[in-house]
Design a protein around this ligand. Sequence first.
Ligand code: GAL
Length: 688
Amino acid sequence: MLYGADYNPDQWPEEVWPDDVRLMREAGVTTVSLGIFAWSRIQPAPGAWDFAWLDRIIDLLHEGGIAVNLATATASPPPWMTTAHPDALAADEHGAPYWHGSRQHHSPASPTWRRLAAELVRRLAERYADHPAVVMWHVDNELGCHLHEDFSDAARDAFRTWTRARYGSVERLNEAWGTAFWSQRYGSFDEVFPPRKAPFIRNPAHVLDYKRFMSDTWLEVYLMQRDIIRAAGATQPISTNMMGAFPPADYASWAPHIDVITDDCYPDPLDPARPLTTAFQRDLVRSLKRGQPWILMEQATDAVNWRATNPSKMPGQLAAETAQSIGRGADGIMFFQWRQSRAGAEKFHSAMLPQAGTRTRTWREAVALGERLAALGDLPSPGDDAPVALVFDWENWWAVEGEGHPMTVDYLQVVRDWHAALTRRGIMVDVVPPERVDGRYRLAIAPFLYLLREAGAEALARFVAHGGVLAAGPFTDVVDDNDRFREGGFLTQLGPVLGVAFEDFRALVPPDRATVAERAGEVGSAAAGASDERAFARFAGGIAGAGTILAEAIWADDAEVVAAYETGPSTGRPAVTRRAHGDGSAWYLATQPSPETLGAVLDALIADAGVRPELDEVPEGVEVARRGDLVTIINHGTEPARVEAEGTLLGSDEPFGARTLAPQEFAFVLAPREPAPARADLPLEARA
Ligand code: GAL
């Protein structure tokens, strides 16, 4: 178990360093991420290099028994660089540059920045590849964090190269992007630009490809640095810190190139669903490399400083959040940062060692946590713990939230709503793209899978054919990889598996939006909420509930109608269908169940799939997660919670039995999993 923080000794006089190492030992720190923003200290001027200070601090840490996750220091180029080379600057959608004075102002596509960054990384790697303190490499920092999109000339040139490689000829690009529409036909790749500021809706296929390009560009930066580090003979694992469901980076496509997944997570103390939101993030990052532990590379010991209001954590919250990460697969717990900065944009950000010193609650909690983690010993690797696959796909995220659609949808929120309902029931979930849905799962849920690649559709069909239970929809299987309708209508790939055919989308009005007609009647007054009938489509039958966002009109040609709409634009039509297929079944949800009624739909799905929760009873506010034989139970609530569980407390023979967990209290329980019954052995009523 790694324990430690980002360490920025370049912000401090050297006299402080021995004190740092002494206090790190006191706090149980095993590892620090070193020098993440140290470029201007290492290379104070073009051609001038200063590694002596870095040699000294690495040696000092090593003597103190502290390992180093050595950063490549490329995330904030020094002012000399962008002054001398303005072509290294990134630009916004107007083409206006971002300037130095903060961080991450460079264009990741700029050949100048890449050349200078490559030299820095090469020198670092050659110097420290064999240093016994260095246990890992930290490439750049949160690639893309502040720069989701770059419209610089360097990005323009790289985008042309990217589109040329993807399409080969401009005719193919025209076909893929549907440029016959609005006179957008390109005569050559030299006419292609990143989708800069435009008067109206931009070509969706162009925008989608540009998002792919940006994600690929950041990945290229990672690969460039990884290759340099390896070429220098380094054998340590290499990683770059991710940010959970971070919109611009398709981490699922990055993961195969990264030795160990590392993630940064800053729960919002004002988010009422905080423990569920973070459970989703941990599951997402764990699922990137199934069966492998990951490292929490950054969290805050206490308050952050970059939201509008930054309250402290509750007493015990830090430990409870840490337990959640471990329970969901983390083998390293690290912070931003070791010692609170005295100057600069983040001086109010918490750290392990606060500006107010060691008499603080934060310090005591950091020390106590270090002791607790050191006592854990070896933990089982996360394995085949999740019976449910929740489909989440970045390309689809980019496409489904595009402009010019029947409605808007917050895709991440919908996926999180499903995840939250599963998590509340104590069911483990992997969060994966459709291609990764396989026979290890019993249930797969795929909402709003608008852009469905052929390989994804094939995997989902195979899953059902082999006995899995699939719940797809709504707004699923609508377009191909280029955001074009496929030939033959909608649900062209999954329709035969689901036994349904598609007529129309029929958007519902978001509950907080007035319709134009309603507003017209209320000029001068605050916009009224949409009437219930326009916002919700109620359905009943085998399951009852209320649909939101869309009330699609479908035909259940070869499927059983589980529930039909009782209100809304598709009244009388099927709302939920099920087609049995051998041991498996395929459900179509023609509407998105409201958060209040999603549970009823989910209960039917988990019964059909024979999925069982980790505990029979999961009280409100309590989280249960499995990691191999280790079950983590956490009370995130504000009231004590009574929990009953089989198994013994980790590190002792004491049975957990039935206990009351105080708010923020948690327990690690060893409880070998009983093998789940084969689906065919379940009584029929439990399956349907
Ligand atoms: C992260 C970043 C750190 C620090 C931290 C503050 O995004 O990687 O360098 O800025 O946020 O919360």
